[in-house]
Write a protein that binds this ligand. Structure first.
Ligand code: KG4
Ligand code: ZN
Length: 346
């Protein structure tokens, strides 16, 4: 099985060709739009959609060339069908449908969150069911993954996502966007114990998260004056430690609710963080679980995870009609109650 994967739900145009036979990832290209959005200090949806439109054709041609195949060698085209910035999602879905129609291929609309959720299975065989900490710029959830298309949400954020906490923290400290990698770099030279920051929800029952108070506390500690390098590093280290403590505490609670699960998995952009990976590995060891996380390049948004989710769906005969409508919101667990807080995305 050979599948073309297209990811356009945020500010990365990404295309990959993935096979179910080794080597699985035949090509995996990510074109970041950082330069286009930098002047505005964040992602501008209309600029993102137009940039996807400008770059997608060329990127698909390059991904096929790098994989050494033409459209005729493919079995299906998978594209992120949501959730995400709707203009970008429409661009990717329309392109995938056009290729599928013109070349007589199956079309698969992939839930971006399912792309992350199944990404750990691309590089190694992680058996269902597993416990998943999904941490990205838009989402922060603990899920029991029962199988392809079968998810039970154990907890979610009631305000910001973990990646958002990194991004907003980095902006406050003048470290630029995306904030996660910048905070991680600065934290390496910092003293996490110098500034005390809150750990929202820590010690409470349940698996929900909250991060917005952390941003306010960080702003307070940072004060209004100019920060020197040492202050900045110490604050970054403090923030990273606080976010990791919250994620570990909530995941520990989720483990107690996850009978029958043998593996703890993390995925999504924040899962690229080395401190978090090490702490989750230690937590898994303590609980007698296996630990799995995709390689860092497959944690942040990419086309390979979309193509892989396409393969997983194709194996179950789960394809979509060309009448599929892009979905700005698309929860993995439709039975989970909506989260409480304002600004919550799923
Ligand atoms: O999965 P992703 O690429 O996009 C979404 O689906 O949102 O996640 C992006 C998020 C951003 O908030 C970014 O700051 C964060 O992942 N991130 C990190 C790291 N690399 C990316 N956070 C912490 N440490 C990192 N190394
Ligand atoms: Zn993502």
């Amino acid at each position: 099985m050979l599948v073309l994967g297209i990811e356009t739900s945020c500010d990365e145009t990404a295309v990959a060709v993935v096979s179910d036979q080794a080597p699985r990832v035949r090509s995996n290209l990510v074109l970041s739009q950082l330069a286009e959005h930098r002047p505005y200090g964040g992602v501008v949806p209309e600029i993102a959609a137009r940039a996807h439109l400008d770059h997608l054709d060329g990127l698909i041609a390059r991904a096929l060339a790098e994989a050494g195949v033409g459209f005729d060698a493919l079995d299906a085209v998978a594209a992120t069908g949501g959730p995400g910035l709707i203009g970008g999602v429409i661009v990717g879905v329309m392109e995938a449908k056009a290729i599928a129609l013109a070349c007589g291929l199956a079309f698969i609309a992939v839930n971006h969150l399912e792309g992350h959720a199944l990404s750990a299975r691309l590089e190694r065989d992680v058996a269902f069911p597993y416990l998943l900490l999904l941490v990205s710029g838009g989402h922060c959830q603990l899920l029991r993954v029962e199988g392809v298309g079968r998810y039970r949400r154990l907890g979610t954020t009631i305000d910001d996502a973990a990646g958002e906490a990194f991004d907003k923290g980095a902006k406050l400290l003048g470290l630029g966007y995306p904030g996660g990698p910048a905070i991680e770099r600065a934290a390496e030279a910092g003293d996490a114990a110098r500034f005390s920051l809150p750990r929202p929800m820590l010690g409470r029952p349940g698996c929900d998260f909250s991060f917005s108070g952390l941003k306010t506390a960080l702003a307070h500690r940072a004060g209004s004056g100019a920060l020197d390098q040492i202050d900045r590093n110490d604050l970054a280290a403090g923030l990273q430690a606080a976010i990791a403590d919250c994620l570990i505490d909530r995941t520990r609670n989720a483990i107690t609710l996850s009978a029958g699960v043998k593996t703890l998995v993390t995925a999504g952009g924040v899962a690229a963080n080395r401190t978090l990976r090490a702490r989750l590995k230690a937590l898994a060891d303590e609980a007698g679980l296996e630990f799995a996380a995709p390689s860092p390049a497959l944690c942040t948004d990419n086309g390979a995870m979309i193509a892989w989710a396409g393969i997983e769906r194709l194996r179950h005969g789960l394809t979509n009609g060309l009448d599929f409508a892009p979905r700005p919101r698309w929860p993995l667990d439709p039975d989970a109650p909506p989260a409480a807080g304002a600004g919550v995305k799923a």
